[in-house]
Write a protein that binds this ligand. Structure first.
Ligand code: APR
Ligand code: PHB
Length: 394
């Protein structure tokens, strides 16, 4: 027995991309069905980054889901880069007139789930065997299993918001899909601890022993990272070992205010840069991690996904409201132009701030010279700042 469901846009994935797209389309009166292979509790349990560009905050405001973000988020006007203990502050507001908002991505996902649920959004959780079909026709469909029942969603468009490991990208024929990838020779070991942050602004540090990042979730909860071997086992990293390494890499000045304590989350993540082209195939549109991955150094993963969604939402609303397919037809070209610029920034900052096993002494000097140039050039600092606060949508 197959259940058939009709909608305008079928969204595969209920992470930040899928939820934000569903809300923005709902605000324009466009009906969606959202399906995910996990459930809400699992999706909300994933620990992710926590720096939002102004554009992402605006997207949440457009979605009508920014109240808690403005109550609990921490506006930041700058951050620090450190090299072997020397520090340079990137004055985001002084250089760009903008700020970024420190607010856990998990919180943003919760806010979007609350809003979509309050508005009666149709969700299918814990689905299996998702297969997008008929993508080159005017009425594509998405088949899947849910609660032991075969379901088919017939729609006008399919939004592939199912992340790096999803099925949407793989629905694009291999003779059309092109992928580009850089896998970094290290990982990030991250912890969460209920201790006040070591600094009221983020500190990105490159030390001869490796990279470290001091971030936060609130004024009482800190998020810290150190570069580690991608094959490291979290079990080999006791809290004491982490704190000792973290303090060494920050340097004595920055670590002077470090309050250590028990970690309640500890995990290792690999780093990669990845882009899939095109981001449209027939009436399938990719948005977010289904189409691209950035190393977390530039805090761009969620922000790049939100920008994709804003561009896709504009295209779909223009089509439904005015019958104009112009933005739909140029979606992939438009969004990829920005994706590659953000990939460049994330790669550049990762290359500058990490210790690469294969780096020669010359390349290590180039890293230090780049840092010294940033310290001495307002133009160079402005370049970092304008990328960090977020590039224009197009
Ligand atoms: N069928 C249905 N849902 C799927 C499938 C599938 N075959 N495969 C994956 N999913 C779901 C996942 O369970 C997840 O909830 O798609 C969702 C994808 O969410 P994310 O991986 O978070 O990707 P995205 O929404 O694009 O978010 C991008 O937020 O989560 C971070 O690291 C991510 O910073 C990035 C940003
Ligand atoms: C985080 O707070 O998790 C975070 C902040 C900035 C980054 C990466 C991660 O560049």
């Amino acid at each position: 027995m197959t259940r058939t469901v009709q909608t305008s846009v079928c969204i595969i994935g209920a992470g930040p991309s899928g939820l934000l797209l569903s809300q923005l389309l709902a605000n324009a009166g466009i009906d969606t069905v959202v399906l995910d292979r996990k459930d809400r509790a699992y999706i909300e349990s994933r620990v992710r980054a926590g720096v939002l560009e102004q554009g992402t905050v605006e997207a949440m405001e457009e979605a009508g889901a920014a109240d808690r973000l403005h109550r609990e988020g921490l506006p930041h006007e700058g951050f620090k880069l450190a090299f072997d203990g020397d520090q340079h502050r990137i004055d985001l507001t002084g250089l760009t007139g903008k700020t970024v908002m420190v607010y856990g991505q998990t919180e943003m996902t919760k806010d979007l789930f609350d809003k979509r649920t309050a508005e009666g959004q149709a969700f299918y959780f814990n689905v299996d065997d998702v297969v997008p079909t008929e993508l080159k026709t005017d009425r594509p469909s998405v088949h899947f299993k849910h609660d032991g029942e075969q379901v088919v969603v017939e729609c006008d468009f399919v939004a592939g918001c199912d992340g790096f490991h999803g099925v949407s990208r793989r629905a694009i024929p291999s003779d059309i899909l092109r992928t580009f990838e850089r896998i970094y020779p290290f990982g990030w070991l991250g912890i969460l601890t209920e201790r006040p942050p070591v600094s009221h602004e983020l500190i990105y540090a490159n030390h001869e022993r490796g990279f470290a990042l001091a971030s936060m979730r609130s004024e009482t909860r800190s998020r810290y990272y150190i570069q580690c071997d991608v094959n490291d086992d979290v079990a080999d990293w006791s809290d004491d070992r982490f704190w000792q390494e973290f303090a060494r890499r920050l340097g004595p000045d920055a670590a002077a205010n470090l309050q250590t304590g028990p970690s309640f989350e500890k995990s290792i993540a690999p780093l990669r840069s990845f882009v899939a082209e095109p981001m449209r195939y027939g009436n399938l549109f990719l948005a977010g991690d289904s189409a691209h991955i950035v190393p977390p150094t530039g805090a761009k993963g969620l922000n790049l996904a939100a920008a994709d969604v804003r561009i896709l939402n504009r295209a779909l609303v223009e089509y439904y409201k005015n019958g104009n397919a112009q933005y739909i037809d140029t979606y992939s070209e438009t969004v990829l132009k920005r994706v590659w610029k953000v990939e460049r920034f994330s790669w550049q900052l990762s290359t500058l701030m990490h210790q690469f096993p294969e780096n020669s002494d010359f390349e290590k000097r180039m890293q230090r010279a780049e840092f010294d140039y940033l310290c001495s050039s307002e133009a160079a600092s402005r370049s970092i700042a304008e990328n960090y606060v977020g590039l224009p949508l197009d």
